[in-house]
Design a protein. Structure first.
Length: 121
């Protein structure tokens, strides 16, 4: 089997699993009181890198019949993403507990308000 085809098949399956879990459990969404919470950039980043790394790892394992060696740079990349997600979750939880006014809980989207901001003079 072509290695690129194998990678994309595994990638598609993992991507579908992530999409299903997000739809069912809001896995990639931020802590919010809104009905449709915003996506958490840190969770999406962790999911993205995990899918890429696992797709390559599984594709190599299927093609060669043995598990490839994980390079330190790959482990560091996943570690940085995991640490970012853990830190963001800690900050979100402390803000919720401290009753801080959070932009995630507002109906307006922060990105749109930045681009379409009216100038007051």
């Amino acid at each position: 089997m072509n290695p690129i085809v194998c990678f994309w098949i595994v990638f598609g399956i993992l991507f579908f699993c992530i999409a299903y879990c997000n739809k069912r459990y809001c896995m990639l969404k931020d802590l919010s009181v809104l009905d449709k919470p915003a996506y958490s950039w840190s969770r999406v980043q962790l999911a993205w890198w995990t899918v890429i790394v696992l797709s390559a790892f599984i594709a190599i394992m299927v093609l060669e019949g043995q598990a490839p060696e994980l390079r330190m740079s790959t482990v560091i990349l996943l570690g940085i993403s995991a640490a970012t997600t853990a830190t963001a979750r800690t900050i979100d939880t402390s803000e919720v507990n401290d009753d801080v006014d959070r932009h995630q809980d507002k109906k307006e989207r922060i990105l749109l308000s930045i681009f379409f901001q009216t100038r007051q003079e």
